[in-house]
Structure formats: structure tokens, C-alpha cells
Write a protein that binds this ligand. Structure first.
Ligand SMILES: [Zn+2]
Length: 223
């Protein structure tokens, strides 16, 4: 297929996001994947990283093009984890980009089946008083996608049981920034647990912080 200027631009943005994830040590090999919506509205399509291709050789034309009907086009097969990307764009019209990583601290918690509670006020960036962790299901399956969508209900991020992290954003830039925030929270939670039981903030305080984020500071909440 011939890529439009818009598609090439979005492809470059996806590659830049992948390389930044790698530079920050948030990706292990080719395990992560990134996608971005081409336009707005439920009838639209998105671009997603191709399966098993290292980021340093990836070109914008290598992106897989997927319609919200699930049909794909392009030089390569889409990432083997395309299913939850598709289901997120179908269910969440506000989402413009999806970042999935097997980053160290988030994945450590996910392997314990442990979500991140309101131990720090920055959890409010993700839409509520926690980042949930879903049950394990085999990668690439509809079962996993269903579990992920449920864990993401009202949230901008979720941990995937025995697997990794998924973060949503209105744009690639925002999704990347929120991925860094989520991994940082996972790291701080893990560290705090080495010394004891972290103190948790009440839900009303998280609601108050979300209100503040919405008007100034860190920008609009992720969900
Ligand atoms: Zn994965």
C-alpha cells in the first residue's frame, strides 16, 4: 500500500516513541508495541508496529495499517498483540495512542498479580485511585484483550498479569510520558514495599488531585 503523508508522519512518531522507550530502558528486545490512531472517530484506522522487527531498522513504511473492522494492510504482519490495540480504539474514542511494554518494575508487580494502589498522589494521572492488574491470559488472544479492557475501565493504564504494562494517551507524546510515570510509580511502590506497608491515600484525596490536574499542573487526566 502507498502511505499518505499523514500516515508517514504518524509512522515516524511511532518509531520515535519506540526508540525513546528503548533509550529509557522501558523495552526488552522486540517485546513492546506501540500504535496510534490515524484520525478521530470510531470508524477510523490506526497504525501499529509490525511483529518481530527491531526498532533501530524500522521505517515508517514498515508500520501495519489496521481498520477498526480488524482488517490489516502493509508490508508486514501487525504486532502479535494487535488485538487489544484494536479493541481499545473501538471502545475508547478518546484514545489516540497505545503503548505496551514489558518494563521491569511494572512487570515485576504484574508477575505478583499486584496492581498499584493510591500510595502516591501521582496515581491520579491514570484516572482513579489505582492502576489495576488483570489476570493472566495467553498473549495475542481475545481472552487477554477482554481482561485488559476490563482492567482499563475508567483508567489510562493497567498491569497485565504475568506479562507487562499498557498505557493509553490522547497522543503518542502523552502516552509515552504516562508510560514513564507509570513505570516510576511501579518502581517507587516496589521500593516502598521493601520497607513495609506503604500508607494509602483516601479516594477523596485522589479525586481532589485529579481535579487539580484537570485545571493546571500535569494537564488533563489520562482517562
Ligand atoms: Zn507483551
Amino acid at each position: 500500500m502507498n502511505f499518505s503523508e499523514r500516515e508517514l508522519e504518524l509512522g515516524r512518531g511511532i518509531i520515535a516513541t519506540c526508540r525513546e522507550l528503548e533509550r529509557r530502558g522501558l523495552n526488552q528486545g522486540t517485546s513492546g508495541n506501540v500504535s496510534a490512531r490515524l484520525g478521530t472517530g470510531a470508524s477510523d484506522a490506526f497504525l501499529i508496529t509490525p511483529t518481530a522487527m527491531p526498532y533501530d531498522v524500522m521505517q515508517p513504511e514498515d508500520m501495519s495499517h489496521m481498520g477498526l473492522d480488524g482488517g490489516s494492510a502493509g508490508l508486514h504482519q501487525p504486532s502479535s498483540e494487535w488485538r487489544f490495540h484494536l479493541d481499545i480504539y473501538r471502545a475508547r474514542p478518546e484514545v489516540g495512542a497505545v503503548v505496551h511494554t514489558h518494563s521491569g518494575f511494572s512487570t515485576t508487580l504484574a508477575c505478583l498479580g499486584r496492581g498499584i494502589p493510591a500510595f502516591h498522589y501521582m496515581i491520579a494521572l491514570f484516572g482513579g485511585a489505582d492502576i489495576r492488574c488483570c489476570e493472566y491470559a495467553t498473549y495475542g488472544t481475545q481472552e487477554l484483550s477482554d481482561l485488559v479492557l476490563k482492567a482499563l475501565d475508567g483508567r489510562g493504564a493497567a498491569l497485565m498479569g504475568n506479562h507487562g504494562l499498557i498505557v493509553l494517551g490522547p497522543t503518542l507524546k502523552r502516552a509515552l510520558a504516562l508510560t514513564v510515570e507509570a513505570e516510576t510509580l511501579a518502581m517507587m511502590y516496589w521500593r516502598a514495599m521493601q520497607l513495609g506497608d506503604p500508607r494509602l491515600l483516601p479516594e477523596a484525596e485522589i479525586a481532589r488531585v485529579r481535579e487539580k490536574f484537570a485545571t493546571y499542573g500535569y494537564g488533563r487526566p489520562a482517562a
